[in-house]
Design a protein around this ligand. Sequence first.
Ligand code: 5GP
Length: 178
Amino acid sequence: MHEIEILDRRFSVYLTEEEIQGRITALAEKINDDLKGRDVLFFGILNGAFLFAADLFRQTTLNAQISFIKLASYDGTTSSGKIKELIGWNEDITGKTVVVLEDIVDTGSTLERIIGELTLRKAVEVRICTLLFKPEAYLKDIPIDYIGFEIPNSFVVGYGLDYDGYGRNLNAIYKLIK
Ligand code: 5GP
């Protein structure tokens, strides 16, 4: 199926299931190699990264744990407007190598918020792994250790990523047709 409709928008296939799964296998192999012998905790960022985190994690051969955190935004009363609160920090990360699993890094502000929190909580080392990265939109200078695909600055859905809550169950990734 090359084109799909979600709500009021049309999308065309951009990355197939085979391409996505092949790249995840390669990422997992690299992470297995790099982090061998360490005490590793993967942090999947909800909601978007739930499929990516599951598919990558089951290909790891490390002494590893996984947990999930969520960034909830709500309108606050500060001058900056939106407040983002992190939910789900129950793990003790002291002494651990943390690998953050993101579905997509766009401007990088979500990533910056998470890294700030991890630094406060004294992880030994933090690595970032994202399935998708939009270099043209990225505004931060936090290095990203593992990137699945660099993509252009357009809106994508599928494989965990949504349009207004829909499309997360698609096995391929689709790009918005303008
Ligand atoms: P940031 O700008 O903080 O890097 O990205 C914030 C969030 O925006 C991502 O975690 C993701 O949920 C969402 N986002 C950014 N680009 C896209 C996109 O192309 N498609 C979808 N579905 N969500 C996106």
